[in-house]
Design a protein around this ligand. Structure first.
Ligand code: ATP
Length: 234
């Protein structure tokens, strides 16, 4: 499989705080990578920096062979990088359909358009004219993933889909993600629930204080090994 994303020696800061330290990571086409680590490990900052929503303070991000340094977020979307941000960040006063269509305006050509997204998330069909602010957490999360799909991404960066959702809603969202994965989608998934992360991912990458402390095929590590890396016990 060819390398789609190549992050090399990336540094990202929040003021004086270094959130991502000299981090290197590559993701191949069709691969599902689970990014795990404790609160504050730098997972969200990493995804946001790759997506162009946060500035890099050093290193490089290459996507499909091209250097993205200086490429703004919207142009990264046009190249096929989509972020489902933590907290979903929908337009609360727009309907589900409007949230999806707004994202589709700059879409790359591809399979995903309003009808195919609604087919992939049947729970959204009866809600299409409902304002995003009136949706449940699970419905909002489905809309946020659908919105990212509307851009026809080649790589989907998904930040904490389970956060704040009822267990049944998490199951529904993961069913949809599993369908995407079965269809060959390339994903980087930030997930607090280790068991769930290991169940869907090909590879797990664990961050601690902005660095990669463990990287392995999911079949080659135990949950205990990942947990130890997570808490810096290795
Ligand atoms: P979480 O699971 O809590 O989202 P995370 O692994 O995604 O954690 P980040 O959110 O990337 O980690 O945070 C990395 C570090 O940067 C933390 O120390 C955090 O406090 C800090 N940080 C994150 N966002 C900001 C911000 N907007 N301003 C200042 N510091 C920030």
């Amino acid at each position: 499989m060819s390398v789609l994303l190549e992050v090399s020696n990336l540094v990202a800061r929040h003021g004086l705080l270094i959130a991502v330290r000299d981090l290197s990571l590559s993701v191949s086409e069709g691969e599902v990578v689970a990014l795990v680590g404790a609160n504050g490990a730098g997972k969200s900052t990493l995804l946001r920096t790759v997506a162009g929503a946060h500035p890099a303070a050093g290193g490089s991000v290459r996507f499909d062979g091209a250097d993205l340094t200086g490429v703004p977020a919207h142009a990264r979307v046009a190249r096929g990088l989509a972020l489902v941000p933590e907290g979903r960040k929908l337009f609360p006063d727009l309907t589900v359909e409007e949230n999806l269509l707004v994202a589709g305006r700059r879409a790359r050509p591809g399979q995903w358009r309003l009808e195919t997204v609604l087919d992939a998330f049947p729970m959204l069909k009866p809600l299409r004219r409902q304002r995003a602010s009136t949706l449940s957490g699970g419905q909002q999360q489905a809309t946020a993933i659908g919105r990212a799909l509307m851009t026809n991404p080649r790589l989907l960066l998904v930040d904490e889909v389970s956060l704040g959702l009822a267990p049944v809603a998490v199951d529904t969202v993961y069913e949809s993600l599993s369908t995407l994965i079965a269809g060959g989608a390339t994903l980087v998934l930030v997930e607090q629930d280790l068991a769930r992360a290991l169940s869907v991912a090909d590879r797990v990458v664990c961050l601690l204080e902005g660095r990669v402390v463990l990287e392995a095929a999911t079949g080659d590590v135990t949950r205990e090994q990942v947990t130890e890396a997570y808490f810096g016990l290795e």
